[in-house]
Design a protein around this ligand. Structure first.
Ligand SMILES: NC(=O)c1ccc[n+]([C@@H]2O[C@H](COP(=O)([O-])OP(=O)(O)OC[C@H]3O[C@@H](n4cnc5c(N)ncnc54)[C@H](OP(=O)(O)O)[C@@H]3O)[C@@H](O)[C@H]2O)c1
Length: 292
């Protein structure tokens, strides 16, 4: 079972330790220590994955369940997972399927309450995502707003319901699947990129607001992963990973207590460096690499 005690190992807490659920006192992480309490042990843990009927989210759910966590999976279309979920219930920790459309506030409220009533929540992973390539020359307002509603507003709806649950518990971890597309503007990302930039910024602020409340926050920034979301890409995706490889990279990041979990490094390190470039150079390099 997860307790705030695991976090205490990583923290130098000013004053006596807070009781579970009590507002915690300011905590300072020593230089060189991980930004989050490392999550290595999944036996007895309970994880809620939002937007995990396929791709990265589903691979993560499978990896976490195999590592011993009981998982709750939410998305709109969960029918294909019924047989696997039933088989998991017979052998190993249970898998619960809770249908959810993150664009519907009432559903988000209802499902979050159901999840909270089922027991502690050690990790909430938000990976619901919508992506269609779009360029300014074919501006499509409806699809722009659709991206915002699923990728960002959906997250806000979930946080509005889930954060009080975490604060009441006094422990847990919120992990957001953003994207390297949120680091800087990229062609075709007119609708998608800004939603991921907003998520990335939100994760940074959530971390600062929640670190002394015993609640971890991590930001996941994948490069290219072969999922239904990227199947529409007509170009050769560099450093392409399988969803299972992405899930392993995420588990490794959580085990190290990282805030910034990005992969594969052979791709993301270059993009990190490109973030530092002045615009003139950045625009020229992107044009050269993408031809767009
Ligand atoms: N694949 C990549 O290369 C890549 C790279 C960087 C970041 N990402 C991010 O990774 C996350 C997962 O994407 P993926 O690549 O694994 O693609 P995916 O297999 O298409 O997964 C997207 C998930 O979002 C769910 N979803 C979409 N709309 C929803 C809604 N209204 N309510 C609830 N769930 C909804 C989908 O389930 P339903 O359709 O059943 O609702 C699905 O489970 C996304 O946030 C994506 O932006 C992916």
């Amino acid at each position: 079972m997860s307790t705030p005690a695991s976090d205490v190992l990583e923290l130098k807490v000013r004053g006596p330790l807070p009781l579970q659920g009590e507002p915690s006192r300011k905590a300072v992480r020593r230089w060189g220590q991980p930004l989050n309490a490392p999550m290595r042990e999944w036996q007895g843990k309970r994880v809620w994955l939002v937007g995990a009927s396929s791709g990265i989210g589903l691979a993560c759910a499978k990896a976490l369940q195999a590592a011993g966590a009981s998982v709750v999976i939410s998305a709109r279309e969960l029918g294909a997972l019924g047989e696997w979920a039933r088989a998991c219930g017979v052998q190993g920790p249970p898998v619960a399927l809770m249908p959810l459309d993150v664009t519907d506030s009432l559903q988000v409220k209802y499902v979050t309450r159901q999840v909270a009533m089922g027991g502690q929540v050690d990790l909430m992973l938000y990976c619901a995502g919508h992506y269609r390539a779009q360029r300014a020359t074919e501006f499509d307002l409806a699809d722009m707003l659709r991206h915002q509603d699923v990728n960002y507003n959906g997250l806000l709806r979930v946080l509005a319901e889930a954060l009080p649950v975490f604060l009441q518990q006094g422990f847990g971890h919120v992990s957001l699947v953003s994207s390297v597309a949120g680091w800087r503007g990229l062609p075709n990302g007119l609708a998608y990129g800004p939603t991921k930039a907003a998520m990335t910024n939100l994760a940074e602020i959530l971390y600062m607001d929640l670190q002394d409340k015993g609640i971890g926050v991590s930001l996941i920034s994948p490069g290219f992963v072969a999922t239904p979301l990227t199947a529409q890409n007509s170009f050769q995706m560099p450093a392409l990973l399988s969803p299972e490889q992405a899930a392993q990279a995420m588990l490794q990041g959580w085990a190290k207590g990282l805030f910034d979990i990005h992969f594969p490094k052979r791709f993301t390190v270059w993009l990190k460096l490109m973030r530092l470039l002045p615009y003139r150079l950045y625009f020229a390099l992107v044009r050269r690499f993408t031809g767009l």
